[in-house]
Ligand binder design. Structure first.
Ligand code: BGC
Length: 736
């Protein structure tokens, strides 16, 4: 119960969260203020007492609705000031209904799908009392060795910004105070995706203009979309660990972007400042983090233990603590927690209901990328197929299809590929199922003979291979990103039967497929597709749907090419197909200067296995008639770029039309291509459509050598097409 009429009046007040936070702050003791800065893991033995005493502002990893209601009751009714708790959880790609991993969602290139998935995730999580998710993860990464690429939205700042903002909007709903809204958390601020050699937790060194032009852009977009919170990264950025990085959190986030929410540390990342060698001890670490702008401490208790001493010694001012508390209280007010701290699951739709499953299937369908389709062997025609071999450990594994970060997902909800194929095929063909391997990593007792036998008996072999969930995600980086275990041997043996073979890859990252890409007839890249991966994939394989996913990240031929990404710099010696030589073709005793003298690898050339934006369909799209509203653009003007896209095949399908530009000359060198727009366009057979993009000169701005955000006058190239190797080209000029 609230203790006095004055408090009751204040809690009941409506109005601006900032004013309400300031008013509440005035009632708080220093201990209560510091309490708001502390986030602890659920289930600790003295949690109820700590909440009652006002020593806790937030709890993470507790999802039992009764326990959460009890914690909120203690906070609201038994703590002196009745301040409700923030309840945090990693709801990364679904709560109970699991959607494709974020990298798979990025392959949809469809903000509407991504937003809808986040909306469902939020509604399900809110139904048990969670009011804050640690998502979206919007670390740009160009390194598929990094296990956390699975959680990311890929390599491109424009795609990632658009989808990250869509996730924020989905989680937070129309307004944060809605009972189905949960606060979003843009993470990990910043530079984590550039960790050296893709090794999790390692160091990132990113020059400031690259940081601003690439890595920070999705965070700016998330802030602009209203993300209520940010999370500081574990990693060291240019010698200053992100959790003690004043430049990031004060200069950029607060001063330049005007962010009004709060920043949470990552798990014990304040304590780890000392392990980094950035602070001498826990007290110094608490000082560095608080001073740099981390408002809330996750998991460790350095703020609780050391902020009082730091205030007493005068190293920190109480006004700094007030600021931190106020940032947190504002979010609590905005979420409406002072009005409704309790959760009644009956106020929410059922978990994993049919509607949620349908959406999960639709998103998974859009996320699969068709990388190869010789023949074409796909879609499988049931009129011409009597026997189908289904082979591989990932065909019927409800757990592994869910992917990383599924704390609350349950495999019994999963609809597997095998089950979906049985359902879809019915008695129209015979399905011969052989798992062949115990797991994707298996090196022993590989059931190659069984696999070969069923392949020989069949008209087509469908192989479900890739990576188990545990091989990607946090702390699961790999140095060799080929198919693990004996999978390549299995593919060799099955394809040697001569039966057309379709490889369906379920994985948390781009894998290097160089050894097998020429052996199989078709490859469908399904990422970890989530609860409804099975029916989505089956519909694609049998032509109920046409693939429409596009790669959100470049696929290297081999690990040594990493980092390889489409928006590379030209260099002074750009490679061309004429300038390169393969290692096997070099003459004996060749002279030093006998090769192309350009930027390529002797053994890998310069092109990726599959380029960014790439993805096939069961139909074909013809691109023509690119036109520009003007080829001379004044500063502040908007250019309209148009083209016609026609479905020249015989199936209805969706195409992701992509716009790229190149700024030919810059105060700092500019990438050879930059994505500037994309649209998903549905087209019936024979239908053509004019697609147009608007490009304002502000969209051409970049941070120059002096870190100013400028659009420079000069020549630009523009392309529109179906991938980062686009079909149509034009040029324009920007003048002052
Ligand atoms: C991860 C975060 C996550 C946090 C809480 C950390 O290990 O880096 O992304 O939100 O744990 O579970």
């Amino acid at each position: 119960m609230l203790h006095n009429p004055q408090m009751e009046a204040m809690h009941a007040a409506t109005g601006d969260p900032q004013e309400r936070a300031r008013a509440l702050l005035e009632q708080m003791t220093l201990d209560e203020k510091i309490g708001q800065l502390c986030q602890v893991n659920g289930g600790q033995h003295d949690l109820h007492d700590a909440v009652r005493a006002g020593r806790i502002g937030s709890v993470l990893n507790e999802v039992n609705v009764d326990e959460l209601n009890e914690l909120q009751r203690i906070a609201v009714e038994e703590s002196r000031l009745g301040i409700p708790l923030l309840i945090g959880r990693d709801v990364i790609h679904g709560f109970k209904t699991i959607f494709p991993i974020p990298l798979g969602q990025a392959a949809t290139w469809d903000p509407a799908s991504v937003k809808a998935a986040a909306r469902v995730a939020a509604t399900e999580a809110a139904s048990v009392g969670v009011n804050w998710t640690f998502a979206p993860m919007i670390d740009i990464t160009r390194d598929p060795r990094w296990g956390r690429i699975a959680e990311s939205l890929g390599e491109d700042p424009v795609l990632c910004s658009s989808l990250g903002a869509a996730m924020v909007e989905g989680f937070q709903g129309d307004q944060l105070s809605d009972h189905t809204a949960i606060a979003a958390c843009a993470k990990h601020f910043a530079g984590y995706g550039a960790v050296e050699s893709g090794l999790d937790y390692a160091t990132a060194n990113i020059p400031e203009n690259e940081l601003r032009n690439v890595y920070l852009r999705p965070f700016k977009a998330a802030a602009d979309a209203g993300a209520a919170t940010f999370m500081a990264s574990f990693s060291d950025l240019n010698g200053v660990p992100a959790s003690g990085n004043e430049f990031l959190m004060k200069q950029v986030l607060r001063d330049e972007w005007g962010f009004g929410g709060f920043v949470v540390s990552d798990w014990e990342s304040i304590k780890e400042l000392t392990v980094h060698g950035f602070s001498a001890n826990d007290g110094e670490a608490a000082f560095e983090a608080a001073n740099a702008g981390v408002d809330m401490e996750m998991a460790s208790s350095l703020y609780r233990d050391h902020l009082p001493g730091l205030l007493e010694s005068g190293r920190l001012e109480e006004s700094q603590i007030d600021e931190m508390v106020c940032n947190i209280l504002k979010v609590k007010f905005a979420l409406g927690l002072f009005e409704h701290a309790f959760t009644d699951p009956h106020d929410y739709p059922a978990l994993v209901n049919d509607e949620h499953r349908e959406l999960a299937k639709a998103v998974a369908t859009k996320s699969c990328v068709l990388l190869k389709n010789d023949g074409p062997v796909l879609p499988v025609s049931l009129d011409a197929t009597e026997n189908i071999a289904v082979i591989g450990p990932l065909a019927d594994d409800g757990y592994e299809q869910l992917g990383t970060w599924i704390f609350d997902g349950e495999s019994h909800h999963s609809h597997t590929c095998l089950r979906a194929i049985y359902d879809l095929v019915g008695d129209r063909a015979r399905v011969h199922w052989v798992p062949a391997m115990r797991s994707s990593r298996c090196r022993e007792n590989v059931g190659i003979e069984d696999a070969v036998r069923v392949a020989q008996e069949s008209d087509i072999a469908l192989l479900f291979l890739g990576e188990e969930s545990i091989l990607s995600g946090e702390a699961h980086s790999r140095a060799d990103i080929g198919l693990p275990g004996e999978q390549e041997a299995l593919i060799e043996a099955v394809t040697a039967t001569g039966t057309p073979t379709v490889l369906v890859v379920l994985a948390g990252r781009p894998l290097t497929l160089g050894n097998i890409v020429d052996k199989v007839s078709a490859i469908l890249y399904a990422w970890h597709p989530g609860t409804m991966g099975g029916p989505a994939i089956a519909d694609l394989l049998f032509g109920e749907e046409s693939p429409s996913g596009k790669l959100p990240v470049t696929f290297p031929r081999m690990v040594g090419q990493i980092p390889i990404y489409y928006a590379r710099k030209n260099t002074g010696r750009p490679p061309s197909h004429d300038s390169i030589t393969h290692i096997d073709d070099i003459d004996g005793k060749a002279e030093q200067t006998s090769l192309g003298m350009s930027a390529f690898h002797l053994d890998a050339g310069f092109t990726p296995q599959f380029h960014f934006g790439y993805g096939l369909s069961y139909t074909q799209f013809a691109y023509r008639d690119m036109s520009l509203s003007t080829d001379l653009l004044g500063m502040g003007d908007t250019l309209t770029l148009r083209c016609t896209v026609e479905n020249v095949g015989d199936r209805a399908a969706e195409e992701v039309v992509q716009l790229y530009i190149r700024d030919l000359v810059g105060n700092v060198t500019r990438p050879v291509k930059e994505l500037k727009g994309f649209q998903r366009v549905p087209l019936a057979p024979g239908e053509s459509r004019e697609v147009s993009f608007e490009l304002h000169t502000d969209d051409l701005a970049f941070h120059n050598r002096r870190m100013e955000l400028v659009t420079e006058p000069g020549q630009f190239h523009a392309w529109i097409g179906s991938s980062s190797d686009p079909e149509l080209w034009a040029e324009f000029e920007v003048v002052d």
